[in-house]
Design a protein around this ligand. Structure first.
Ligand code: ADP
Ligand code: ADP
Length: 231
């Protein structure tokens, strides 16, 4: 599904060069549940932006579902991104004036899907995250955890092959964080490929595989021990 080969990313600022990624080789198969961890500045966000087709590498190749994206222009990359990737961010990024239903339906507008079908699909996505009874609410009438569920529903409504979450629990307390991760656990169990960028070990422990980034390289990559299931 995701195959990165020899990926480097160099940011140029005047005469300065920052080597944010320095030769990353990575394969993530369909239905994996992966945590990307590492200290601040190690290159996690850069790697996420590349995997999410928000940015292109300086060198190396990125093949996503059989398509080599390395030489795509911005328009082609945006097309792949809209088809393949569902994003969840730390800060939710919901539109405050829209209802929960319209926030979730929004990504389908750009695909030319008729309004009735948009609303039906958004309703189903909201039911999937346990918010079928909040369709007409505005984001500010919801708790942080509920807002993040709305963001997850919005990420899922286009049926992306990859759910990509950048510090999805960074603005949530520990109980609410655990609820959001339980939702990701369920999505993974139902077949969704999930990649979570985090610096919190408790969050990474929900995933089945942990990839540690350090100084722009993969410094560790291991399967996580099975989690204890509490009855
Ligand atoms: P992390 O997400 O692990 O904190 P980043 O991917 O954000 O790491 O950053 C990796 C390195 O690249 C850091 O040294 C950071 O300062 C640098 N960097 C990130 N984005 C930019 C940018 N847009 N311009 C210049 N340097 C950047
Ligand atoms: P944080 O997770 O620290 O709150 P953000 O969620 O604001 O940060 O953004 C994380 C990264 O994703 C940034 O590089 C930002 O430019 C990008 N980004 C944020 N929102 C969107 C969006 N709706 N579509 C595409 N990229 C986004």
């Amino acid at each position: 599904m995701i195959r990165l080969t020899g990926i480097t990313k160099v940011y140029r600022m005047g005469d300065e060069e920052v080597h944010a990624l320095a030769g990353v080789d990575l394969h993530i198969a369909a239905n994996e549940y992966v945590a990307l961890i590492g200290p601040s500045g190690s290159g996690k966000s850069t790697l996420m932006n590349l995997i999410g087709c928000l940015d292109s590498p300086t060198a190396g190749s990125y093949v996503l579902n059989g398509r080599d994206t390395s030489h795509m222009n911005d328009t082609e990359l945006a097309h792949v991104r809209n088809q393949e990737i569902g994003f969840v961010f730390q800060s939710f990024h919901l539109l405050p004036r829209l209802t929960v239903l319209d926030n979730v339906a929004q990504p389908l507008v750009y695909r030319g899907i008729p309004r009735a079908e948009r609303q039906a699909r958004a309703t189903r996505a909201l039911e999937q995250v346990g918010l079928g009874n909040r369709l007409g609410h505005r984001p500010n009438q919801l708790s942080g955890g509920q807002r993040q569920r709305v963001a997850v529903a919005r990420a899922l409504v286009g049926k992306p092959s990859i759910l990509l979450a950048d510090e999805p629990t960074g603005n949530l307390d520990s109980r609410t964080s655990a609820e959001i991760m339980a939702l990701f656990d369920e999505l993974h169990a139902s077949g969704q490929t999930v990649v979570v960028v985090t610096h919190e070990p408790d969050i990474a422990a929900h995933c089945r595989r942990t990839i540690r980034i350090g100084d722009g390289r993969v410094v560790d990559d291991h399967a996580n021990p099975p989690r204890e299931v509490h009855a």
